[in-house]
Design a protein around this ligand. Structure first.
Ligand SMILES: [Zn+2]
Ligand SMILES: [Zn+2]
Length: 134
């Protein structure tokens, strides 16, 4: 039984491991010092950099320019002889057969195409009853 020798070897191994521990401690100190230096440099750079470069602003999406919304105009048709005689309330002339007329969809009033189109340039209401054309 030679346990003493093995114990001695065990201690020797532990003793030889001691420098490794010191090296590890030194390494830790070096890492800490380097880390502190790095942090200090970062803080100094932040303090010295008065105007840190801003990330480029993404271009603001421009709202699409909406075209002037025109209400969909009622369909046009030709005034026919079968229609009841009527007059355009804008020019006060009777409709002649074959003339282009426009009947407003909401109130059903009939006007010359030219007359009502000129009227609708400025407003979207029936010139007769002021009803909305839209
Ligand atoms: Zn007219
Ligand atoms: Zn009307």
């Amino acid at each position: 039984m030679n346990t003493t020798t093995s114990d001695s070897n065990l201690w020797t191994v532990r003793d030889s491991g001691q420098p490794l521990l010191v090296m590890a401690a030194l390494l830790a100190v070096v890492v800490i010092v380097v880390g502190m230096a790095y942090i200090t440099r970062c803080v100094r750079a932040q303090m010295e950099g008065n105007d840190p470069p801003q990330p480029p602003q993404p271009p603001q999406p421009q709202p699409p320019i909406l075209p002037l919304v025109r209400p969909p105009l009622p369909p046009t048709r030709k005034f026919s002889e079968d229609d009841e005689p009527a007059e355009c309330s804008i020019c006060l002339e009777e409709f002649e057969a074959g003339v282009d007329v426009r009947r407003l969809g909401t109130c059903g009033h009939l006007f010359h195409l030219i007359c009502i189109d000129q009227w609708l340039e400025g407003q979207a209401t029936c010139p007769l009853c002021r009803g909305s054309v839209v």
